[in-house]
Design a protein around this ligand. Structure first.
Ligand SMILES: [Mg+2]
Length: 388
C-alpha cells in the first residue's frame, strides 16, 4: 500500500454569540482545528487532526502549511502502515536515515511546537488508516480496550461565584456526569476569588461529585500555592496546569506544597516533556493532547512514562472528533487510563464534523468498536469551513 496524497485543511467554525464562553483566552468566537486527510492507493482514507492552540480558537495557516508543504512530500509514495518509521522520518529529516539505522533521535529545531503538532495530525491519520486496513479499531492495535465504557468528566465551568454551582450542577443533571471541571486562574483576579468560586461549586455539588479546577497555566508559583492552601478542604480531584509549562520545577514546587493532586500536559510536546515532568515529580496525572504532543505513537510512549512513574493518564480531549476518538482509544488501552474529558463548550468539530456521536450515558462514554478511529468525516463540512 502506498500513500497517494496528504492534505491538511484549517477548519474555522464560527460559534454563535449566545454559545460563546469567556475565559483567560478571551471571548471564544470560533472553534479551529486542522483536519488531515491521507489517501492510499488502495482507496482507503485516514483522518487525523492537528492543533495550533490548546483552546478552541487559533490561527492555523502555518500548521496546515507545515503538513502540506514540508511533510506531504516526504510521505507520498510511502507505505502508510509503517507508522513508527514515518514518525521518525518527519521528526529527524534530513537525518532520518541515521535515526532509523541507529535507533536514536537526530531532530533539528522542530522538537517542540507546531512541527510536532503537524506530526501529530499525520500520525493520527496513519493510525486511522492502519486500523481500517486491518478492519480493527485503533484501541485493538494498542493492546485492546480495558472496558467497554469509561467515566467522563464534564469540562466547562466559567460562571462567576454566584452561578458556578448552578452551571456545574447542570452538567450533572443533564449528562449524568459524576465529575466536573471548572476554570480558575487569572480570569478571576486574585487566587482568593478563584478559591471562593471553588467553595461555591463544592457547596452546590455536595461531597459525591468529583470536582477539578483548571488554571490554564496562568498563576505564579506563589499564587498557585496560595490557592491550594485556600481550597485544601474542598476535596479537589485535581488542579490542572497551575503554572506555565515552562516552569516545571515550579510545578513540582506547587505539588510538593499541597495535598491537592496536580495534572498537566495539554501544552507539552513529546515524551521528552512528559519524562521531565515525571522525573521532577511535577504531576499526578499526565494530560497529553494527541493533536499537539505527537499523536498516538507518542501518546503510547507517554502512557508508558505514566505507568513507570506510578502516575495516571487522562488525555486532553478538548478537540475535534479525530483527536477525541484517538484519545478515547489511548485512554481505553493504557494501564494508566481512567477518565475521559468531555467538553461542554460549543464544539462543532466534535459534534458536526463526523457522522458518529459520542453520547454520554450515566456519565460514561462507550469505547466504539468501529475500524480505525471509528469516524466518518463529513467532507462538505470541511469544505464549508475551510480557511486556506
Ligand atoms: Mg486544561
Amino acid at each position: 500500500m502506498k500513500i497517494t496524497s496528504v492534505h491538511a485543511t484549517w477548519v474555522h467554525v464560527p460559534i454563535p454569540y449566545e454559545r460563546q464562553h469567556v475565559s483567560d483566552f478571551g471571548r471564544v468566537a470560533s472553534f479551529d482545528s486542522v483536519v488531515v486527510k491521507i489517501v492510499a492507493d488502495s482507496g482507503l482514507v485516514g483522518w487525523g487532526e492537528a492543533k495550533a492552540g490548546v483552546g478552541s480558537s487559533s490561527s492555523a495557516h502555518g500548521l496546515a502549511a507545515i503538513i502540506n508543504r514540508d511533510y506531504a512530500p516526504l510521505l507520498v509514495g510511502q507505505d502508510p502502515r509503517d507508522v513508527s518509521r514515518l514518525w521518525d522520518v518527519m521528526y529527524n529529516t534530513p537525518r532520518e536515515g541515521y535515526a532509523l539505522d541507529r535507533g536514536h533521535v537526530l531532530p533539528q529545531l522542530g522538537r517542540r511546537g507546531l512541527s510536532i503538532s503537524a506530526i501529530a495530525g499525520v500520525d493520527l491519520a496513519l493510525w486511522d488508516l492502519l486500523g481500517k486496513s486491518l478492519g480493527a479499531p485503533v484501541w485493538r492495535l494498542l493492546g485492546g480496550r480495558r472496558a467497554e465504557r469509561m467515566p467522563a468528566y464534564a469540562s466547562g465551568g466559567w460562571a462567576d461565584e454566584a452561578h458556578i454551582g448552578e452551571q456545574l450542577q447542570g452538567y450533572v443533571d443533564k449528562g449524568g456526569f459524576r465529575a466536573v471541571k471548572m476554570r480558575v486562574g487569572v480570569m478571576d483576579g486574585e487566587p482568593r476569588a478563584s478559591a471562593a468560586r471553588v467553595r461555591a461549586a463544592r457547596r452546590a455539588l455536595g461531597p459525591d461529585v468529583k470536582l477539578m479546577a483548571d488554571a490554564h497555566g496562568t498563576w505564579t508559583v506563589a499564587e498557585a500555592k496560595a490557592f491550594c492552601r485556600m481550597v485544601e478542604d474542598c476535596d479537589l480531584y485535581w488542579l490542572e496546569e497551575p503554572v506555565t509549562a515552562d516552569d516545571k520545577a515550579g510545578l513540582a514546587e506547587v505539588r510538593r506544597s499541597s495535598a491537592v493532586p496536580i495534572s498537566t500536559g495539554e501544552s507539552e510536546f513529546t515524551r521528552h516533556d512528559f519524562r521531565e515532568i515525571a522525573e521532577l515529580r511535577g504531576a499526578d496525572v499526565l494530560q497529553p493532547d494527541l493533536a499537539i504532543a505527537g499523536g498516538l505513537t507518542e501518546g503510547v510512549r507517554i502512557g508508558a512514562i505514566a505507568a513507570a512513574y506510578n502516575l495516571r493518564l487522562a488525555p486532553h480531549l478538548w478537540s475535534g472528533a479525530p483527536a477525541f476518538a484517538a484519545g478515547v482509544a489511548l485512554a481505553a488501552s493504557q494501564t494508566t487510563g481512567f477518565i475521559l474529558e468531555y467538553s461542554l463548550g460549543a464544539n462543532p468539530l466534535l459534534h458536526e464534523l463526523v457522522a458518529e456521536k459520542f453520547p454520554v450515558v450515566d456519565g460514561y462514554v462507550a469505547i466504539p468498536d468501529r475500524p480505525g478511529l471509528g469516524i466518518t468525516v463529513d467532507e462538505s463540512f470541511v469544505r464549508r469551513y475551510a480557511r486556506e
